[in-house]
Ligand binder design. Structure first.
Ligand code: HEM
Ligand code: HEM
Length: 456
C-alpha cells in the first residue's frame, strides 16, 4: 500500500506506540484515582476547585483507566501477535499509527472536556459527542487494518486470539455507538427507563465484549508461547468464545436490579449471569491446563507472570460477579464500595494485569533485547498485586459496613466515620499503584529507546 512503509513496518511502530500510550496514560489515570481517593477522605480540600471536583475527577479516572491504560495495552500486544499468528505483516503501519494518534487525541479531549464539566453524565458514556465519534472512527480504523491483515494472511488457520480481537473490535464499535446514542449528539441519551437499559447493555459490554475478549486473546497467545505447550483444547476455546458472545451480551440489566425495569429482563440477566460460569471456566480450564507442569516457565517470564495472575483474578471476579447478580446478595452489596472493590478486581486485577503482561511479553520481542530492568518490572508486579488485593479487601469491608447499615435503616452521615479508615488505607494503596505506574513507564521508555551503547 505505501512505498516508504517498509521501515516503519519492520519497526512494529503501531504496537510500540500503543504500548507507550498505555504506560503513559496509566500514570495519568492512577493520578486521577488517587486524587479522587484523597477527596473522599478530605472532601473540603478541593471544594472550590471546579476542574477537580470529585464529580469530574471520577469519570476522568474511569475513562482513562479503561481507554487510556488497559485498552491500548491489550491492543499494543494484539498489533504484534495478529500479524505474527497470520504469518504476514500488518496491512498498514501508517494506518495503525494514525489510529494511535487519533486515540491519543480522543484521550486528551476526554480529560479537557470532563475537567470543564462537559459531560453527557451517563456512567461509562460521559464523553461528549465529538469524542464519541473519534472513538468509533478509531475502532473502525483498527478493525479495517486487522481485517485486511487477515485477508493477506499466509496462515490458513485463524487462531482463537484472532477471533477474540476481531469480535471485540466489531462488537464494541457497534455497542459503543449504540450505548452512547450517537445519533443524538446533544444529549447522547434516550429518555426514561429505556435509556438506563441501553446504557447498561453498553456499560457491561465494555467489560464483557471489549476488555474480556482482548484479555482472553492476549492470554491465549502468551501462555502457550511462554510455556512452549500446545493449547490444551481447541474445542474448549470454541465453547468459551461462542458462549461468551451468546451469554455476555444480555446480562447488563444485572446493574439495574433495584430499578423498575421489566421483570423478565431482570430474570434473563440474573440467570445468564450465573450461566457466565460456562465461558469463564471453559477459558480458564483451557489456559490452566495449557500451563500445567510449567509454572516454573511462567514464574521465569515477567509477561507470563502478569498474564497468569490476571487469569486467577478473572476466576475470582467472575465467581463473585455471578453471586452479585443474585437479588438477595445485591440487597447488601449494591450502591456501596463492594461494587468498587469488584470493579478494581476486574478492570485492574484481570484486564489490567493481562495488559501489563502483554506489554512486558511483547516489548523484548519488538526491541530485540531484554527489558531494560527485569527487576523493576517484577517490582511493579508486586506493587500492583499488593495494591489491587489490598483495594479489594478494604473496599469489600467498607461495602459490607455500608450495605448492612443501609439495610438496618442507619443514616448515611453516621456510617461515614466508620468507613473513613478504609478510605485512608485505599488512598495509601493507590499511592503504591500510582508509583508503580511511574516506574513502569520509565522501564518501558528505557526498554524501547535504549541509550547509545545499550543497543543489543
Ligand atoms: C463474568 C462474570 C461477571 C458477572 C456475573 C458480573 C456481575 C456484576 C454485577 C451484578 C455488577 C453490578 C453490581 C451492582 O451494581 O450491585 C457488576 C459490576 C461491575 N463489574 Fe462485574 N461481573 C462479572 C465480571 C466482570 C469482569 C470480568 C469485569 C472487568 C473486566 C467486571 C467489571 C465490573 C465493573 C467495573 C462493575 C461496576 C459497574 C458500575 O460502575 O456500577 N465484571 N458486575
Ligand atoms: C490502573 C488501575 C486502576 C483501574 C483499572 C481502576 C478502575 C476503576 C473503575 C472501573 C472504577 C469505577 C468503579 C465503579 O463504578 O464501581 C474506579 C473507581 C475509582 N477508583 Fe480506580 N482504578 C485503578 C486505580 C486506582 C487507583 C490507583 C486509585 C487510587 C486510590 C483509584 C481510586 C478510585 C476511586 C476513588 C474511584 C471512585 C470510587 C467511588 O466512586 O466511590 N483507582 N476505578
Amino acid at each position: 500500500m505505501e512505498s516508504a512503509s517498509e521501515d516503519i513496518r519492520a519497526t512494529h511502530a503501531t504496537a510500540k506506540a500503543f504500548l507507550l500510550t498505555s504506560a503513559f496514560w496509566m500514570i495519568v489515570a492512577t493520578f486521577y484515582g488517587l486524587l479522587g481517593a484523597t477527596e473522599l477522605i478530605a472532601p473540603d480540600l478541593t471544594e472550590n476547585l471546579g476542574g477537580i471536583v470529585f464529580g469530574r475527577v471520577r469519570p476522568t479516572h474511569v475513562n482513562l483507566v479503561l481507554f487510556g491504560f488497559v485498552s491500548p495495552g491489550l491492543l499494543g500486544a494484539a498489533f504484534y501477535f495478529i500479524p505474527h499468528l497470520l504469518r504476514t505483516r500488518l496491512f498498514s503501519e501508517k494506518l495503525g499509527v494514525t489510529a494511535v494518534i487519533a486515540w491519543n487525541i480522543a484521550l486528551v479531549a476526554s480529560v479537557l472536556t470532563l475537567a470543564s464539566g462537559l459531560t453527557q453524565a451517563r456512567e461509562y458514556a460521559e464523553l461528549i459527542w465529538p469524542v464519541d465519534v473519534a472513538v468509533v472512527v478509531t475502532l473502525g480504523l483498527i478493525l479495517f487494518n486487522f481485517i485486511m491483515t487477515v485477508k493477506q494472511r499466509k496462515e490458513p488457520i485463524l487462531y482463537v486470539s484472532v477471533w477474540y480481537v476481531l469480535a471485540g473490535l466489531l462488537l464494541t464499535g457497534c455497542t459503543y455507538a449504540l450505548g452512547n446514542v450517537i445519533w443524538r449528539p446533544d444529549s447522547g441519551a434516550l429518555t426514561g427507563i429505556p435509556d438506563a437499559i441501553l446504557l447498561w447493555f453498553y456499560g457491561h459490554n465494555v467489560f464483557g465484549l471489549w476488555l474480556t475478549p482482548l484479555s482472553a486473546a492476549v492470554a491465549y497467545y502468551v501462555i502457550p508461547r511462554a510455556t512452549r505447550n500446545p493449547l490444551y483444547s481447541h474445542t474448549l476455546s470454541l465453547l468459551g468464545f461462542w458462549s461468551l458472545i451468546v451469554i455476555y451480551t444480555h446480562i447488563g440489566t444485572h446493574h439495574l436490579l433495584q430499578v423498575p425495569v421489566p421483570t423478565w429482563l431482570k430474570v434473563v440477566a440474573i440467570v445468564d449471569s450465573v450461566c457466565m460460569v460456562i465461558p469463564v471456566m471453559a477459558f480458564l480450564i483451557n489456559i490452566w491446563y495449557t500451563a500445567k507442569g510449567k509454572l516454573g516457565e511462567i514464574h521465569g517470564d515477567i509477561g507470563a507472570k502478569f498474564v497468569f495472575t490476571g487469569t486467577i483474578m478473572y476466576f475470582f471476579v467472575s465467581i463473585q460477579g455471578s453471586f452479585m447478580a443474585l437479588p438477595d446478595v445485591q440487597r447488601v452489596t449494591h450502591f456501596n464500595n463492594w461494587v468498587v472493590a469488584h470493579a478494581h478486581l476486574g478492570v485492574l486485577g484481570f484486564a489490567g494485569m493481562i495488559a501489563l503482561g502483554g506489554l512486558y511479553y511483547v516489548i523484548p520481542i519488538l526491541s530485540g533485547r531484554p527489558l531494560w530492568s527485569r527487576f523493576l518490572a517484577d517490582f511493579q508486579y508486586w506493587m500492583v498485586l499488593i495494591g489491587m488485593v489490598g483495594f479489594t479487601v478494604v473496599l469489600t469491608i467498607a461495602g459490607l459496613i455500608q450495605g448492612n447499615a443501609w439495610l438496618n435503616g442507619e443514616t448515611v452521615y453516621r456510617v461515614l466515620p466508620e468507613i473513613h479508615v478504609y478510605y485512608v488505607v485505599r488512598a495509601g494503596l493507590g499511592l503504591l499503584i500510582f508509583t508503580s505506574a511511574v516506574l513502569g513507564f520509565y522501564n518501558v521508555v528505557r526498554s524501547l529507546f535504549p541509550k547509545a551503547g545499550e543497543a543489543a
